[in-house]
Write a protein that binds this ligand. Sequence first.
Ligand code: NAI
Ligand code: MG
Length: 356
Amino acid sequence: MQADFVLLPGDGIGPEIVFQAKRVLTTVAAAFGHEFRMTEHLMGGCAIDACGNPLPDETLEACRRSHAVLLGAVGGPKWDDPRAKTRPEAGLLRIRRELGLFANLRPTKTWDELLDASPLRREIVQGTDILFVRELTGGIYFGDSGRRPHASGEEAWNVMTYSTGEIERVVRLAAQAARGRRGRLTMVDKANVLEASRLWRQVSESVVKNEFPDLQYNVVLVDAMAMHLISKPRDFDVVVTENLFGDILTDEASMLPGSLGLAPSASIGSGGPGLFEPIHGSAPDIAGQNVANPLATILAAAMMLRYSLQLEQEAQAIEAAVNKVLAAGGRTRDICGGGEYLSTTEMGDRVVQALA
Ligand code: NAI
Ligand code: MG
């Protein structure tokens, strides 16, 4: 098949890690007889430097025309001045909104070879394999907000609003993902207190009952979920939740494997191009040194093939190659535990060799 991908290397280590992912995609295309056309565009701090806009129109148009977008990371101290008119992160928020990316998917899995990196005991985390589905374009981050004078100074508010349609589409997407995995779906809310959560519970129960009766479905309150995640993470398969809870829980979960350099994420929506990226940032402290771990970005490229092109075999081939490299002892500096390590380029070489 033919596919057009936009690559947005961004700032810091972004160009180094995206370059390795590009090599991997080229190798997969050759191995499976596809043609992947990849074009690079500016986004983030580099785009602010070039034209004063973190998401230039030209970049956004290229993304709209593409099958999917692979992003490195954006931001860095150079653009951190709080007085600056525009910040790199503004580009991220805008691209998600413009592409209608209402679901953020974050797989959280531990690697047997790297269990010592986890802050939790081996017997608790070993075998953890969760897919978080976080609602991304609604809720308290996008609701009514403001400030007004108050007898004690000021008061401020943010409102959590959700509609039936917003809940349905993300629950449906999560339920579909559960069907392709171990068939279990957990919905996290705070329905004992919040009215918006009560709507979530009502809508998600009806979606599951009517359309996905084959799934094992349960609900967990968000505060309990925060505990379960570190006491029995293996109990979960797909977890779906609203924006704010998902923001917090996915960061908590990202610590389970013990390394930022291995965790990919996908933001997808209703059929258009999705956005795929590592969960880590631009790591300015190690940029330009050829020591960054490219595996999270390579695994994000695998998610891109899975969710934007339905190329499941190709996605699994990339994941198997990464497994093979790790099992053979290949480590970048962030996961070497003080031992010998590979450069960014050498890690890319190993994955390409494992695929070939
Ligand atoms: P960070 O994730 O960039 O770095 C945190 C620590 O992890 C650093 O010590 C870094 O060296 C290390 N690290 C991160 N990725 C790594 C990799 N692939 N290989 C090896 N080590 C890695 O988070 P930080 O330092 O808070 O943010 C740096 C910049 O990135 C900021 O400007 C921030 O706004 C931006 N950022 C951008 C994101 C995005 O583009 N989606 C997400 C998070 C932060
Ligand atoms: Mg966060």
